[in-house]
Structures are given as C-alpha cells and as structure tokens.
Design a protein around this ligand. Structure first.
Ligand code: GRF
Length: 187
C-alpha cells in the first residue's frame, strides 16, 4: 500500500486544477491524498468538486487575514495536513503562516516564472511579443510567485493569439503539470 501524504488544496475560484489533482490523487501511486479543501470564497466554483468527490471542505472569510490564517491552521492541524497546494488562491499568505509549513506549500502560476509574476500574465506576455509562455509549479515563499521552481511547461504563442486563447492553452497544460510536479517531488 502506498502511504499517501495528507494534503489540502486552497482555492478561491474555478478550481479546474483542483479537479485534476483530485483525479490524480485517486490513482494508486499518486503520493498525495487530498483530505481537505479550503476556500476564502464561499461561492468558489471549485467547492463543487469537494462536494462531488466527497472531500471535506471549509470556507473562511479572509477579510481579516490574521483570523483567516488562524482558522485555516486550526483546521489543517486537526486533519494532520502536511502539504498545501494552492490553486488560483487569491490571497498572499503571511510569513508566519508559511513558516509553519516550511517548503511544503506549492503553487501553480500561468507564466514561465520568473517572468510575469502576479496577475494578467497572458496580457503581459502578449504585450511583450513573447514567442513562448507557459506555466510553472513552484514552492511558495513570502514573496509573490518567487519561490524555487519545481517544473515548467512551455507553450508556443501563435500569430493572432489572444489572451483568451492563450489562457485556455496554458490551463490545459497546467492540468498535466501540477500532478507531474507532485509526482516528481515525492517519488
Ligand atoms: C490558473 O491559471 C493558475 O495557474 C492560477 O490561477 C488559475 C486558476 O485556475 N494561479 P483554476 O481555478 O484551477 O481553474
């Protein structure tokens, strides 16, 4: 029996990467078991996957970041969570929160980091006439999208590419890349 590591996915929105992680985690050899889903948005579409796949989930309001993090930590401790995977989680975690998990927090970002940190990555890549963009799985540290890179996937930008078409192409790659990076890390 493969001993899976108890993990939690933090979301704020659609959660299509969450869906792909849930699917992977149901494979026998995948190193993580998703035991909890946390959201700072009670309307996050991704929460539907928690319900559909019967995974415990919690919503905590993040207006007060301190309180939000305390609530999360309590829940994470209760479930003995060892790894956090961020997926479109729109809140920057504090240094203290990150310290609790060391380098056990992962994130996926829709650009070839260190290029285009933060929001509007596709727009920035197009404005800069890039020939490639892509996605990155990286460790989370206290600086936005700046932790060490685990794995990246390049995506070619074609003539007449739009923000929308690029976003779609990259998201498809993200769904492959996140589980692949996790397998690589914990093999
Ligand atoms: C993805 O593009 C991810 O890289 C970024 O936010 C988006 C989330 O998409 N951090 P989804 O919620 O997984 O559909």
């Amino acid at each position: 029996m493969v001993k899976k590591i108890a993990s939690c996915v933090l979301i704020s929105g659609t959660g299509s990467n969450l869906k792909s992680l849930i699917k992977s985690s149901r494979e026998y050899t995948f190193p993580l078991k998703i035991k909890l889903i946390l959201s700072n948005n009670n309307k996050a579409y991704g929460l539907r996957y928690a319900k559909k796949f019967n995974i415990p989930y919690k919503f905590f309001n993040s207006k007060n970041k301190n309180l939000f993090e305390r609530n999360c930590l309590k829940e994470l401790k209760k479930k003995k969570i060892k790894i956090l995977c961020l997926d479109g989680f729109m809140k920057i975690l504090s240094k203290n929160f990150i310290k609790v998990f060391g380098n056990k927090i992962l994130n996926i970002h829709p650009s070839l980091l260190p290029k285009y940190k933060g929001l509007n990555t596709h727009k920035k890549a197009l404005l800069n006439n890039e020939t490639y963009s892509g996605c990155t799985v990286h460790f989370v540290n206290a600086k936005l999208d700046s932790g060490s890179i685990i794995l990246q996937k390049k995506v070619k930008i074609i003539k007449n590419e739009t923000e929308n078409s690029l976003q779609k192409k990259i998201l498809i790659q993200e769904h492959q890349l996140y589980p692949k990076a996790i397998r690589l890390l914990f093999r």
